[in-house]
Design a protein around this ligand. Structure first.
Ligand SMILES: C[S@@+](CC[C@H](N)C(=O)[O-])C[C@H]1O[C@@H](n2cnc3c(N)ncnc32)[C@H](O)[C@@H]1O
Length: 461
């Protein structure tokens, strides 16, 4: 029976918000961890239906002396109804549950009929409940359309600009991201002419944060920007629109298949200033004549994707997270080597500090950041009115957490997301050490330019 007490204690700690499911499970003794974790996770999946069954069967009222907590009832009823029975000897607690087995079964059956499902599996909560509450975000592709035109178009189709999306016909203009509209979650725009023509991009609000925070130069024919990990291209087309389709935006994607998707998406969205490159960003030479001029870099690399509201409860292996974090750090450090870069936005759709705050911390401590004087942009430049910021304890209690942005799946009307923004310190705020390095770097660049000019002159003579 200890196994069930242990599992119910984990549920108690989760209810008390003592930590993440992964963190709390990690405190269990290793020999029993996998088995207890499996029971906890399965119970959580069916928590809503099991709670109904327990309440309507009056199990806790009639057996209050034996079954002392709701969470203990949850794990025991789970195994009674949805697994192979209680895995324990015939003690009083097991006997108490067995006395109610028939009633528990019929309550479960009643719920199945009510919900119109046939199998137990269909009762599992997949997390879609949270996803179903996230508005349908529609980003107006300003390369082809304006928000005014979009509002007029949707109004003519019977929608009402109400500043809310609760009703099926209401929609709102987002308060944080320009040119972003929010409609009722139940709506799909895949067959809408505005979507088919590339005038709108269906992109979650949080995913719009990256390009908006990077804020590339607008309408500047000399601008050079890099999207290091581009496919399928939502953020690339956003960047392109923010640049007013001017200047140059290099979009790297290493995967061949995803690269084709990227090309298709860029053509549909009329991104004329983008050069898509099927290459691994880590192999790109920062001193390459084309790319060395990049002043802004967007890094939205592969991550555990744990923040999507539709992802099921999962225990992510530590090892996998650490490998992802090492790769993510490598990408940031590589971006920092580009000689003209002034701003780097690093974002993930993960909720794990390992891929977020910890990567940012390591990046700030890296030789690349120190030698090139990178620091985090202040909150004022990173969605200042967004209240959910980085996790202070994961940033070792420093004020740096305020520079970071987090979104919690479901809670913030978005999927989960993380955004950080590195900037190179301005000359006036440079520490003496950075000031010296910057001077040497500028002198080096001038010398290199002179050398190039001389070589050119020599070749044309
Ligand atoms: C999270 S997705 C990017 C999503 C994209 N920013 C968007 O909003 O549509 C990460 C992408 O980066 C690509 N990728 C991962 N490592 C890369 C690398 N070293 N160089 C270039 N692309 C890379 C992956 O193949 C994947 O398509």
């Amino acid at each position: 029976m200890n196994f069930y007490f242990e599992a119910s204690e984990i549920l108690n700690r989760l209810d008390a918000k003592e930590g993440s499911i992964k963190g709390i499970l990690a405190t269990l003794p290793e020999n029993n961890r996998a088995r207890t974790a499996a029971l906890v996770i399965e119970t959580l999946k069916y928590k809503s239906v099991l709670s109904d069954v327990i309440q309507t069967s009056k199990l806790l009222v009639e057996e209050k002396k034996k079954i002392t907590s709701f969470n203990l009832a949850l794990v025991l009823v789970h195994d009674t109804l949805l697994a192979n029975g209680i895995q324990a000897g015939d003690g009083p607690i097991k006997q108490a549950i067995l006395r109610h087995k028939t009633r528990l079964r019929s309550e479960l059956q009643r719920i199945k009929i009510k919900r119109g499902v046939k199998s137990d599996l269909e009762l599992a909560q997949t997390g879609d409940d949270r996803a179903a509450k996230i508005p349908r975000y529609v980003r107006v592709n300003t390369s082809l359309w304006s928000t005014e035109e979009a509002v007029q178009f949707y109004t003519k189709r019977g929608f009402q600009l109400q500043g809310a999306f609760a009703s099926s016909k209401g929609f709102a203009i987002d308060e944080h991201i320009p040119d972003l509209l929010a409609f009722n979650p139940a709506l799909h725009f895949r067959d809408d002419p505005s979507y088919k023509s590339g005038k709108i991009i269906l992109q979650d609000k949080a995913s719009c944060f990256s390009a908006f925070v990077l804020s590339p130069p607008r309408g500047d024919p000399k601008a050079v920007v890099i999207d290091a990990t581009a496919a399928p291209g939502n953020k690339t087309s956003h960047l392109s629109a923010l640049m007013g389709n001017e200047g140059k935006l290099y979009a790297f994607e290493r995967d061949k298949r995803r690269f084709s998707t990227l090309k298709m998406m860029l053509s549909k969205a009329a991104c004329r200033n983008v050069e898509a490159v099927n290459a691994d960003f880590l192999t790109i030479d920062p001193s390459h004549p084309k790319y060395s001029l990049a002043t802004h870099i967007l890094l939205d690399p592969s991550c555990s994707g744990s923040a999507h509201a539709s992802v099921e409860i999962e225990v992510v292996e530590e090892d996998r997270l650490n490998k992802l974090a090492a790769f993510q750090l490598m990408m940031i450090k590589h971006a920092m080597k580009f000689p003209s870069v002034q701003k780097i936005v690093y974002s993930t759709c993960s909720v794990h500090a390992t891929e977020n705050e910890h990567v940012v911390r390591s990046a700030l401590q890296s030789d690349e950041a120190k030698s090139r004087c990178f620091k985090l942009a202040p909150r004022g430049d990173v969605l200042p009115t967004w209240s959910r910021r980085g996790q202070v304890e994961e940033m070792m209690g420093t004020g740096d957490a305020d520079s970071l942005v987090r979104c919690v799946p479901g809670d913030d009307d978005t999927n989960g997301f993380f955004v950080s923004c590195f900037i190179r310190e301005h000359d006036s705020t440079l520490s003496p050490e950075c000031s010296k390095k910057r001077k040497a770097e500028t002198e080096g660049a001038v010398l290199q330019k002179r050398k190039k000019k001389r070589k050119k002159r020599f070749n044309t003579q």
